[in-house]
Design a binder for this molecule. Structure first.
Ligand code: FAD
Length: 293
């Protein structure tokens, strides 16, 4: 939605925003079999015709694609890797367009309530109006900017997930007894609970700060990335401690802790892996330093 809202033409917004806001599911197609972190290396092509574009290629791991009515699909309009990703544009593609097919939902480690699949495009014809923003490359810039929102959402999800997992560990620690008393009485258990609380509080504070700045219109690229990295890594540490607090029960599918451990793992991977975001943060720090040196 945010790429459409910020980068769409008036006609594109008028057509799609009410539909998506009204509940029609949309998906975001950037990743491909041969390119994930290296998104500029994507191979899906959009070739100009007399009255629009023809798309060919495969998108991989696309969340919601099994249910989506529309996809924002990144495709290359030039064979050369032009600077600043000028070879990539974003296209609004109805998922029922002839030539679009959706693969089988992939089996994943966790988050089984969320579905991902391939989107396969074979000679998919779309009109001129499908090019987001109406200009080559423009919509892609907005699509990339929308990733800041995605990173804040993943950071927020990871923070809340850690909080929910910690609540569960507190409950378990007060109910489970060892050596004749609740395990919550043991200081080494308390340390795991306290360390988790401290880290969750730090992530909640980052969330309040970065979302306030985003609402005020500030460029939050670096801070959104920092929040996503911290919150997702923190969530991984918290769910690991929660399994430990549960002891043997933490390893059993019958209890919540096992699912927390599996579900949380993806936060460090999608919307930019930890490593890619670390590189991005460092790049901006160094660029800024050079600018002021
Ligand atoms: C459940 C799920 C949902 C997803 N939903 C979507 C979606 O809706 N839309 C979409 O477009 N994509 C989606 N993705 C794809 C996701 O964004 C990518 O998987 C992710 O960006 C990583 O890309 P990759 O899998 O190709 O890993 P790779 O890029 O192959 O990376 C593999 C490893 O190498 C590291 N690495 C790569 N390059 C460097 C480097 N230069 N320096 C240091 N380390 C590096 C990475 O950090 C990672 O650890 C989803 C994936 C999953 C699993």
């Amino acid at each position: 939605c945010s790429a459409l809202k910020n980068g769409g033409t008036d006609a594109q917004k008028a057509e799609w925003l009410p539909r998506v806001a009204g509940g029609e599911i949309a998906c975001f197609g950037l990743t491909e079999p041969g390119s994930g972190s290296d998104s500029a290396g994507l191979q899906t092509t959009a070739t100009r015709t007399d009255n629009g574009w023809v798309l060919n290629g495969t998108k991989r791991y696309i969340t919601n694609s099994p249910f989506a009515k529309v996809g924002l699909i990144m495709a290359r309009t030039s064979k050369e890797n032009l600077p600043k990703n000028a070879h990539v544009s974003a296209f609004i593609v109805p998922m029922d367009a002839p030539g679009v097919s959706i693969g089988k939902s992939d089996k994943k480690m966790g988050q089984s309530g969320s579905h991902i699949a391939d989107i396969i495009m074979e000679d998919v014809h779309v009109g001129e109006s499908a090019l987001l923003g109406g200009e080559l490359g423009k919509g892609f810039v907005y699509a990339m900017m929308s990733l800041d929102n995605g990173r804040m959402s993943v950071g927020a999800a990871a923070t809340a997930y850690a909080r929910r997992a910690l609540d569960s560990a507190i409950r378990y620690a007060t109910e489970r007894k060892a050596f004749g008393e609740p395990i919550a009485n043991f200081q080494l258990i308390q340390q795991m609970l306290a360390d988790s609380e401290i880290e969750i509080y730090a992530a909640e504070t980052m969330m309040a700060d970065v979302t306030r700045r985003a609402d005020a219109g500030e460029n939050v690229l670096r801070k959104a990335a920092a929040f996503k990295v911290f919150a997702s890594e923190m969530c991984g540490r918290v769910v690991d401690r929660v399994v430990q607090v549960y002891g043997g029960a933490g390893y059993l599918a019958e209890y919540d802790a096992e699912r927390f451990f599996r579900d949380a793992r993806i936060y460090r991977i999608y919307e930019g892996t930890t490593q890619i975001l670390q590189l991005q943060i460092a790049k901006h720090m160094l660029r800024e330093f050079n600018a002021f040196a």
